[in-house]
Design a protein. Sequence first.
Length: 251
Amino acid sequence: MIIDVVSIFPEYLAPLDLSLIGKARRDGLIDLRVHDLREFAHDRHRSVDDTPYGGGAGMVMKPQPWAEALDHLVASAPDERRPRLVVPGPGGVPFTQALARELAQEPWLAFACGRYEGIDERVYEHAEHDLGLEVSVISLGDYVLNGGEVAVLAMVEAVARLVPGVIGNAESLVEESHEDGLLEYPVYTKPASWESAPGVTREVPPVLLSGDHGAIAAWRHQQRLERTAARRPDLLHASQAVRGTAGAAGT
Ligand code: 6GU
């Protein structure tokens, strides 16, 4: 998979050299290229922003550097291939595990990191209609970050780990929160009895030491239900709807 990231702070993306993603890059599974938007700004101050038409607070990213950057990405393909353009922003569709799975199927993703109050709307029109790109504005959640860079770190990590070969143990991918609509059960490791403070010992739930795999599975499922009800009741209602158990009342 090719991943391009365009940003005025390319150093922000340095963590993508680390850990699993860094290994995937060195293994050739992911070809990640980070571009400095200012390379495509040619005035004396390499300016990338200006005041908004119609007034209002803050600055807006100018269309020309963005258009040139996107043109450059498209021209980097030896053929007619095009990246899917992802623009992180709080006004986008929610980023979910399902969307991460969808993006992981793409052979080429380009992330455009906006700053300030956003990117001139005509850049989206240029990308879609002049360059023929599929453009997706995607949000991490209902809060505001200063720019798309941190969101790209999260999105690239969520997507890259779904690319075949990036994670050694593919089974660990399916047994996770958000893969089947319930949060994960609590986990424990040795020692079974642990002194957390003087005179306080904390035990691993005995069922996990019982060797009774049926009882363990039942306990874990119950824990997942309770945890989801407590922390994410919205998910519980959605997963009940999927299973068709929501209408049990009256039967
Ligand atoms: Cl993807 N970008 C920005 N700038 N702020 C956000 C966000 C993204 N998701 C939530 N807040």
